[in-house]
Write a protein that binds this ligand. Structure first.
Ligand code: NAP
Length: 545
């Protein structure tokens, strides 16, 4: 069949022609030369990956004269100068950038290569303003490795993130794109069994393709981040509601206040999600049979971010009551009609000798965070509530040798959880209290005391996990003059109104059942009270009487 006789073939040809025309138009705008340097091992110039790389380059060179290419072997001076020791390695404009492909940019990676040519040819990183502000905060080198494969459709997104960073901050971002098929040894070394996988300074920063800002933030923090909260530079924020605390109560309150038409700001000094973010697995939040605490938090935060500006990493120092409340944080001022305190609760400490000194050196309050460090080691977990049992099970599942130490002969935890201790062969020391935690640099042993017999014993352990409940975070409430109940929680009227008109409370800081579903419900209820009170302020009625 000759050309013109098959409509499907003609359409494909036309589409390809259109695409090439568009590419030529884009390439015609290139202001920069793009010098490429291809390195291969001596005597292996006909290697399949080297040849594939040449072919890709040839395709692009047919479209623009701005791309030049030089080939060298690994024993050349330039290979030493640019520290190239793997074949093939392709360097892109190495006098301006630190970008190298280890392997061939073929298959799906052709898309990444095209993006690299466009960004470098146009001399633009194309990063978003938010990404740029994160990149500006990085003050030390980042050696980024992104593992990819030619058949991975998600990889180009992550590679483009790396390219943008390397073009925006060429003096500190050193990017290596590594094809796991070409370098299985490196994939093995970095455990990159699924791609894309990104490392910065030998630390995992991303598994799977990340949103651009999340990638930049992970590279900045040298840790896998799952969220990016845009930063504000405003010195004064005027709003209807300020929510203090970004746990489930505060997050759900924010969704409700905004949907009631109230301008809302949420301030969180630490990590969003409160205690939930540290809970290994949640099995009783409706709609989720089983979900990681952090995953649940991420979903809640994403939802809240749709509505509310979140100010994370700043602390409310003072609340000045008045017609309008004035809040001073570590970064700015807020003027607001109402304040909702959803400050939650913090870990209760054992208060025994050695606990404070060895905190972070074997004493931990977060099994989700620190558990993996104790794999195949021996630890105790102290407590008898839902937290202690859930965390004991988590530790056991990740391969930690864990014993539960409880001060009574009956657990406070729900039966369904308590039964699993037995099923998982977790030993429980009943009627036992920790008397002392011993160790020089790190935890080495605990002194245990039996409450019934009064007997003391020493047990060699590598870690002590403490899960003995929480104490309400009421410092700010006390400073502002809010009344507390005899248990030390914020006193409220059943509708979340505190003793100061215009200030409300919700969640664990109010005491009662500490359940995620209850905290979210309280947040919603407090938001609805705020809405009703702003329409019909009860404090004005009181003044009028
Ligand atoms: P909790 O229920 O208050 O239990 C605290 C445990 O620590 C109790 O067993 C208590 O012993 C023990 N304890 C307290 N002070 C102690 C001390 N100085 N020395 C030794 N042991 C001490 O606290 P939690 O387990 O952290 O749970 C807090 C809330 O979160 C609860 O409402 C819980 O239901 C909820 N939560 C729910 C889930 C879930 O549903 N999946 C998971 C985690 C937490 P006694 O029993 O002798 O008082």
């Amino acid at each position: 069949m000759t050309l013109g006789q098959n409509p499907a073939e003609d359409a494909a040809e036309n589409t390809q022609e259109d695409f090439l025309r568009q590419l030529r138009q884009t390439f015609a705008q290139f202001s920069n030369e793009i010098p490429l340097y291809l390195f291969s091992e001596k005597g292996k110039g006909d290697d399949v990956y080297v040849e594939a790389t040449r072919q890709v380059i040839r395709v692009f060179r047919n479209l623009t004269s701005k791309i030049t290419v030089k080939e060298y072997t690994l024993d050349h001076e330039l290979a030493k100068k640019w520290k190239v020791d793997s074949s093939p390695t392709l360097l892109i404009d190495p006098d301006r950038y630190n970008i190298r492909w280890v392997g061939a940019p073929i298959g799906e990676e052709g898309r990444s290569f095209l993006e690299a040519m466009i960004l470098i040819g146009l001399g633009k990183s194309n990063v978003s303003d938010q990404s740029r502000s994160v990149l500006e905060r990085i003050d030390a080198a980042r050696n980024v490795k992104i593992f990819v494969s030619p058949t991975c459709p998600y990889c180009p997104q992550q590679v483009v993130n790396g390219l943008k960073a390397a073009i925006e901050r060429p003096e500190i971002v050193f990017l290596e794109i590594i094809d796991i098929q070409c370098r299985p040894d490196l994939a093995e070394k970095y455990n990159a069994h699924s791609v894309p996988q990104a490392y910065a300074n030998e630390t995992l920063i991303g598994q799977g393709a990340q949103q651009e800002e999340v990638f930049m933030f992970s590279m900045h923090k040298l840790d896998v981040q799952t969220l990016f909260i845009p930063e504000s530079t405003d010195k004064l924020v005027k709003t209807d509601v300020v929510i203090v605390g970004g746990g489930p109560a505060g997050l759900s309150a924010g969704i409700y206040t905004v949907r009631s038409g109230l301008k809302t700001a949420l301030i969180e000094r630490d990590a969003l999600g409160g205690q939930v973010a540290l809970t290994p697995v949640v099995e009783n939040y409706p709609g989720f049979m089983q979900v990681g605490g952090k995953t649940l938090v991420d979903i809640m935060v994403q939802h809240t971010l749709e509505h509310v500006q979140i100010y994370q990493g700043e602390e409310v120092l003072e609340i000045k009551p008045g017609e309008t409340f004035e809040l001073q944080t570590t970064r700015r001022k807020f003027h607001t009609k109402t304040v909702l305190l959803a400050t939650g609760a913090t870990h209760r400490h054992l208060g025994v000798s050695g606990e404070k000194r060895l905190s972070g050196r074997g004493v931990s309050y977060c099994s989700t965070c620190d558990g993996p460090l104790f794999k195949a080691k021996k630890v105790i977990i102290v407590g008898g509530g839902n937290s202690a049992v859930t965390e004991a099970l988590h530790l056991r599942h990740i391969g930690v040798d864990v014993t539960l130490v409880h001060r009574r002969d009956k657990l406070r935890a729900q039966d369904v959880l308590a039964n699993q201790l037995n099923e998982n062969g977790i030993e429980v020391l009943w009627n036992t209290q920790v008397h002392e935690i011993k160790g020089k640099e790190r935890v080495q042993a605990v002194i245990l005391k039996n409450n019934r017999t009064g007997e003391s014993s020493e047990m060699a352990v590598d870690g002590v996990f403490v899960a003995i409940g929480y104490i309400p975070a009421v410092e700010l409430a006390k400073k502002t003059g809010l009344e507390l109940n005899p248990e030390g929680y914020i006193r409220h009227d059943g509708y979340h109104r505190t003793n100061i008109a215009g200030i409300y409370s919700a969640g664990d800081v109010e005491g009662g059942y500490k359940q995620i579903v209850i905290a979210t419900g309280q947040g919603a209820a407090a938001a609805m009270t705020i809405f009703e009170d702003l329409i019909n302020p009860y404090w004005k009625k009181e003044q009028a009487c």
